[in-house]
Write a protein that binds this ligand. Sequence first.
Ligand SMILES: [Zn+2]
Ligand SMILES: [Zn+2]
Length: 93
Amino acid sequence: MSCACCGKKLANGMIRKPDTTTGEKYKSCPHCSVANGKEHVLHKYPQEFGKTSARITAKNPDGYQSYCISCRRLTKGASSHNYTNGRVCSSLK
Ligand SMILES: [Zn+2]
Ligand SMILES: [Zn+2]
């Protein structure tokens, strides 16, 4: 599945967009986006993701988590509950 807004895969957790009104940064959660099924769902970054030194790589120098905090707490295989709290791709420019 691809995002109806930007055309990138919903499972892509690397989508980053700022809210140009507030200046806050948002990043896509792949699990929330798949639960939405149409567009990326983005949450405030890094507040709603958290960082871990275990994930620091050349591609991920900040060590950010791919999934939002809520999705990481889900039992394996459970669908996202948090996607309705995020911002959809088309609501951010
Ligand atoms: Zn998108
Ligand atoms: Zn999520």
